[in-house]
Structure formats: structure tokens, C-alpha cells
Design a protein around this ligand. Structure first.
Ligand SMILES: NC(=O)c1ccc[n+]([C@@H]2O[C@H](COP(=O)([O-])OP(=O)(O)OC[C@H]3O[C@@H](n4cnc5c(N)ncnc54)[C@H](OP(=O)(O)O)[C@@H]3O)[C@@H](O)[C@H]2O)c1
Length: 280
């Protein structure tokens, strides 16, 4: 989906955000891009970041007075100073939205693929969320930190081991920061958005997913949860039910369940033959 074929007239942003300034990291594609478009088209100032800046530049052209953007790779230490510069360019930040993330099925358990997912979804995640937290604390400012985690963080998923484990990390990290913020009366609120499958470039174009949602359907629900400062929001209600049932399954049973994710299903590899010379 391009950012221009999106109709946001039914998105419930209206005046709820007032003159709040929103930073979105992971704004070049999918959910982050749709959120950026929804806010900018409703006169809300946004600071946008990702590694690919072309979609951000396009939004800046369409909403020049409302968009600031920066190239940020959350896996690099300089992401912190770049985020702070972006916040300055925007004139401050009231809401931080973390949408950056990656995920792949890794049936052969290719180690570098696992490491890359975990680096982006946990190390990069913590780098950026802690930076947003420090910004609010340094300004003694009330603020909201929003992260798009996933229903996949409910428990380990065999075909998405790194992804599901990393999303669990994200959810736990938000709980930890909330406890820290509360102990200091910091006035920072946390919103953990847990979508089921959404048709974005993250999912495989030739496969069907269970209870799959369009961006047009999911993003207004996400915005509503942010406006209402929900602590945890499953997107949508069907996934709330799935997660509630899933949490009741003991690991001894869960580990015996075959969790195919896509239709048509991917073939499970019968064996994996590592290069023994290399691994010795
Ligand atoms: N789609 C789903 O079914 C689904 C379901 C549940 C949760 N989620 C979560 O929702 C979030 C958004 O996913 P999406 O579906 O919108 O996927 P997407 O279209 O692939 O967008 C992912 C975004 O993350 C950014 N990103 C990835 N690595 C980055 C890095 N190292 N530094 C900075 N930005 C980086 C990408 O920007 P660049 O590549 O330009 O850097 C892009 O803007 C992810 O955290 C995902 O796990 C998605």
C-alpha cells in the first residue's frame, strides 16, 4: 500500500490529541506509515524515523508544516542522538510510538536470522524506549510511550521463535519501565498494542493468515487505544479472545501443538545439515 491511497476520514483522531507532538519510529512502512499519515493529515505534528527515508520525505512534501523526519537505524548506538535531534526539530515530544520491528518464519533456525530479529526487536527496542523515557524524565514532562508488540508475545511460537520471544521481551520491558516510572511519580503512561496479523510488508504476500486484518481496519483501533491510554490493547477483539485462551494452555501441552501460521503452509525441513567443518 502506498501512503497516498489511504482514506483516514473515519479515523477517530479529531481533537483528542490537541496540539500533541508525536514521534513514530518505524514510520516508513505498514502500521507506522499509516499512523503517520493519519496524524499528519489531521494537523498533528509528527516526527518520523526509519532507515528508509523516501516515504518520510514524501509525507514531508505533502504536509510540510507538520512533518519532521530523520534517518534512524535503531540497531546503531547513534540512534539515541538522532532521536533527540528529531525531537528538537519537532519542537518537543508528547507521545512516542515504537513501530519498528522485523519478523520472519525461520524453520531452519538460521542463527544469524534469529540474532538479527532479536537485535532489532529487543536491543533496538530497549535503546529507543529507554531514550524516550529519558526524554520525558529529563524534561520532568508527562508523556505516553506506545509500543506495537504483538499477540505473538503471548507465548513461544515454534515457527517464529525469535519473533515471539522478542515480543515477550518488549511486553515485559514496558511493565518494568512502568514500575520504575510509577515509583518516581513520573507521570508517564505506557500503551502496549498487541495486534494479530495485519496485511503489511511484514507478512508474506502470497500467504493467508488467520483472522488477517487490513491496515485500514487495524490502525483506527490502534489510534483509539492510544487516545484512551489503554495499558494493553489487543487488535482486535478476536485476538483478545485468542490470547486469553492461549494463556490458559500449560507449556507441557503447548509444546506439543503444531502451530502452522500461514496458508498454504510452508514445508517443514526434514533435516538441516550444517557445515560441520565450519562449526567445529
Ligand atoms: N503486520 C503484522 O501482522 C504485525 C502483527 C503484530 C505486530 N506487528 C508489529 O508491528 C510493527 C510494525 O510492523 P509492520 O507490520 O508495519 O511491518 P513493516 O511494514 O515491515 O514496517 C516495519 C517498520 O520497522 C522499521 N524498521 C525495521 N528495522 C528497523 C531498524 N533497524 N531501524 C529503524 N527502523 C526499522 C521499518 O523501516 P525501515 O526498514 O525503513 O528501517 C518499517 O518502517 C512491528 O514491530 C511488528 O512486529 C505487526
Amino acid at each position: 500500500m502506498s501512503s497516498t491511497d489511504f482514506d483516514f476520514h473515519n479515523v477517530p483522531v479529531a481533537n483528542e490529541f490537541g496540539m500533541k507532538r508525536i514521534v513514530i519510529v518505524g514510520a516508513s512502512s505498514g502500521i507506522g506509515l499509516a499512523l503517520a499519515e493519519a496524524f499528519a493529515s489531521r494537523n498533528i505534528p509528527v516526527g518520523l524515523a526509519a532507515r528508509r527515508t523516501k516515504p518520510l520525505e514524501d509525507l514531508k512534501k505533502r504536509y510540510p508544516s507538520r512533518v519532521a523526519y530523520a534517518e534512524i537505524d535503531i540497531n546503531k548506538p547513534e540512534a539515541v542522538s538522532r532521536l533527540n535531534r528529531l525531537i528538537t526539530d519537532l519542537g518537543g515530544m508528547d507521545i512516542y510510538i515504537h513501530s519498528a520491528g522485523i519478523g520472519f518464519e525461520n524453520l531452519t533456525m538460521e542463527p544469524e536470522s534469529e540474532a538479527h530479529t532479536i537485535e532489532t526487536n529487543t536491543v533496538g527496542f530497549a535503546r529507543m524506549i529507554s531514550s524516550a523515557y529519558r526524554y520525558f524524565r529529563s524534561k520532568a514532562k508527562r508523556g505516553q510511550i506506545v509500543a506495537i508488540s504483538s499477540v505473538a508475545g503471548t507465548n513461544g511460537l515454534g515457527r517464529l521463535a525469535a519473533y515471539s520471544a522478542s515480543k515477550k521481551f518488549d511486553q515485559t520491558y514496558l511493565v518494568a519501565l512502568e514500575q520504575l516510572a510509577n515509583s518516581m511519580n513520573a507521570g508517564i503512561t505506557f500503551t502496549d498494542i498487541r495486534p494479530g496479523w495485519v496485511r503489511t510488508p511484514l507478512v508474506m504476500p502470497d500467504k493467508q493468515y488467520p483472522f488477517e486484518m487490513t491496515v485500514e481496519y487495524a490502525v483506527p483501533l490502534i489510534i483509539r487505544a492510544i487516545v484512551r491510554k489503554k495499558r494493553v490493547a489487543y487488535i482486535d477483539w478476536r485476538w483478545a479472545l485468542v490470547a486469553a485462551a492461549w494463556k490458559l494452555i500449560p507449556d507441557a501441552i503447548w509444546t506439543r501443538v503444531s502451530t502452522s501460521v500461514v496458508t498454504p503452509d510452508k514445508q517443514l525441513p526434514l533435516d538441516i545439515r550444517p557445515d560441520l567443518n565450519r562449526s567445529l
